[in-house]
Design a protein around this ligand. Structure first.
Ligand code: 5GP
Ligand code: 5GP
Ligand code: 5GP
Length: 208
């Protein structure tokens, strides 16, 4: 049996803060179903190597098949919304994520399992609640990057990678949170390598 099996060492489970995607100079577009709730959304589950490099687009023959995720649709719309323009129902984003990243972990997770694994991981770690408990709320205020990392380490049990982008005024802000996951896609682990974050020492947590 011929089988595309691409090795990888771990996953990055990446969540995005919608306030920080939308307040950049690019702006954003809400899905037709309306403004997503003010919560972190899934960006992706990305196979990665321990040296920081990563495979992509591993299997051109495995095209995204929306019929395989029909049971997950409402869950995906809620937890994995797409905020890019033009306004999208999510299929373009999910299809992109499957083809670029998901096809590189097909040896571990079939398409439906891949999306299910990401949804389960989001449920396992309620980032917004963890931050709120630590007094870190999306109020356009400034928070120390160290405090954000400590809060997530405390609440999730593992050190996160934090990625920042800039709002339209140029302020560094909390954009994405990276957690590392074992190759089964189920268990969070300490990151073998943290992503480069581009954050200032104090960052804004934007309203959404
Ligand atoms: P893609 O992610 O499709 O490769 O990039 C599409 C476009 O999204 C990029 O050309 C870039 O201009 C834009 N982009 C990159 N980062 C952000 C962001 O944080 N917010 C928004 N709204 N657009 C972004
Ligand atoms: P950016 O240039 O905005 O950081 O990343 C653009 C795209 O490259 C991301 O949407 C993602 O698909 C991919 N990417 C960036 N950094 C990483 C990484 O560390 N690991 C993996 N697997 N993909 C990445
Ligand atoms: P990546 O290649 O980094 O995994 O994913 C980024 C791609 O997904 C870009 O082409 C971007 O236009 C598209 N995309 C669609 N919706 C979203 C969204 O809500 N957030 C981000 N970051 N990218 C999105």
């Amino acid at each position: 049996v011929l089988c595309v099996s691409q090795d990888f060492d771990f996953f990055y489970f990446v969540q995005q803060w919608p306030g920080a995607y939308c307040d950049t100079k690019h702006t954003c577009c809400y899905p037709k179903s309306g403004k997503p709730s003010a919560d972190f959304g899934i960006h992706g589950l990305w196979p990665n190597y321990k040296d920081g490099s990563y495979p992509s687009n591993c299997d051109p023959d495995s095209v995204f098949d929306k019929s395989e995720i029909s049971e997950l649709m409402s869950n995906l719309e809620k937890n994995w919304p797409s905020l890019s323009c033009p306004s999208s129902n999510g299929f373009r984003f999910w299809s992109h994520e499957w083809e670029k990243h998901g096809t590189c972990s097909e040896s571990e997770l079939e398409q439906k399992d891949y999306f299910e694994a990401a949804l389960k991981l989001k449920q396992k770690v309620n980032l917004l609640q963890i931050l709120k408990t630590a007094g870190i709320v999306p109020d356009d205020g400034m928070y120390s990057l160290e405090r954000i990392k400590e809060a997530i380490k405390e609440g999730a049990g593992y050190t996160p990678g934090i990625e920042c982008n800039k709002d339209s005024a140029g302020n560094s802000q909390l954009y994405q949170v990276y957690l590392c996951v074992d190759t089964s896609g189920q268990d969070i682990i300490e990151c073998p390598v943290l992503p480069k974050g581009r954050c200032a020492s104090d960052v804004q947590f934007a309203k959404f």
